[in-house]
Ligand binder design. Structure first.
Ligand SMILES: NC(=O)c1ccc[n+]([C@@H]2O[C@H](COP(=O)([O-])OP(=O)(O)OC[C@H]3O[C@@H](n4cnc5c(N)ncnc54)[C@H](OP(=O)(O)O)[C@@H]3O)[C@@H](O)[C@H]2O)c1
Length: 293
């Protein structure tokens, strides 16, 4: 039987990530209520002890805390802003772990405040398989007191939880910046595979060396942070003129094989602009200053 002191949470959204969140809560002994727009996705979770709510209003009314994890904020709004759900949420807390923009997080926080709903925004920075393990990474923003109040249930999701401060858009802002790194790197990798294939190199053959190139990046992030924050970009070991020369080789090889080099051309163009402005002895990250329209 559920006691009033037993931790409890509701999960709205049972895509791969919502299912992982609910599974981690169940594993940690949290009394878990689930709901998904398309019925039937929570059967295995129900077998493990989750309560399948007949409606989102009933789901959020089941406990003090609701975790939302759907595709984007249009989807989250479609659920949360139904009158029956909004009404049931009054006096309760929502932690929105759906990914979207900082502006959407701020808009949802204003809506929540207008309806007496406690609101925290969150971002999940690691894949589904990490949830419930030490490898999971969660970012949160919003009122500190609310965060501390619900920390025991959040901790049940595993991994590291970082509260980035009261400004509600902060978690989404970090999420967008970090996914910017991820997707541009993935785009670069896809392009490298196309260029390598054109030269008769398989992805398998390239993989160990690709991993080596990837490993160069974390120390660069650390070293570059102080430079980027100060606006001074030292090119002592690798000036932007050298970077432009390297990119020209990639463009020439790619286009020689009929492989699109559009993304590299954009970066090469920015590097050449920086050089033209007299920053040829600076490092590649000088282009950061040219990106703002
Ligand atoms: N998967 C990952 O590894 C990962 C990692 C980090 C962050 N995230 C974030 O976690 C969130 C959820 O991701 P996901 O992997 O679970 O899959 P997803 O495909 O991004 O989201 C699927 C969920 O969204 C629901 N949904 C879509 N449109 C809806 C609508 N109009 N109204 C109500 N519900 C709607 C789906 O319900 P139906 O079943 O009814 O379609 C399902 O529950 C996303 O914001 C994603 O960016 C995911």
């Amino acid at each position: 039987m559920t006691s009033s002191t037993e931790p409890a949470a509701t999960v709205l959204g049972l895509g791969p990530m919502g299912r992982a969140l609910a599974g981690a809560l169940l594993d940690a002994g949290v009394s878990t209520t689930i709901w998904n727009r398309t019925p039937g996705k929570g059967r295995d979770l129900a077998e493990r002890g989750a309560v399948v709510a007949p409606s989102p209003g009933a789901a959020v009314a089941a406990g003090p805390l609701t975790l939302v994890c759907v595709v984007n904020y249009d989807a989250a709004d479609a659920v949360l802003r139904r009158a029956e759900v909004t009404g049931a949420l009054a006096g309760r807390t929502v932690v929105n772990l759906t990914a979207d923009t900082p502006a959407r997080a701020r808009d949802t926080a204003a809506w929540a405040a207008g309806h007496g709903i406690g609101y925290l925004d969150g971002a999940i920075m690691t894949p589904v398989a990490t949830i419930g393990t030490a490898a999971a990474v969660f970012l949160h923003s919003g009122p500190e007191q609310l965060y501390q109040e619900h920390r025991p249930v959040l901790d049940a999701l595993g991994g590291t939880h970082t509260h980035l401060g009261p400004e509600i858009g902060r978690a989404a802002a970090y999420d967008v910046a970090l996914l910017d790194i991820f997707w541009t790197a993935m785009g670069g990798y896809a392009h490298a595979l196309a260029v390598a294939r054109a030269e008769g190199i398989t992805a398998r053959e390239l993989a160990p060396f690709a991993a080596g190139i990837g490993a160069i990046l974390p120390p660069i992030f650390e070293q570059a942070a102080a430079e980027a924050d100060s606006g001074r970009y030292s090119g002592e070991d690798n000036p932007i003129t050298s970077a432009a020369s390297s990119m020209a080789h990639i463009i020439e090889t790619a286009e020689g094989h009929g492989v699109d080099a559009g993304v590299m051309r954009v970066l090469d163009g920015l590097a050449r602009r920086a050089i033209g402005q007299g920053h040829g002895t600076d490092g590649f990250l000088r282009i950061t200053e040219l990106l703002r329209r």
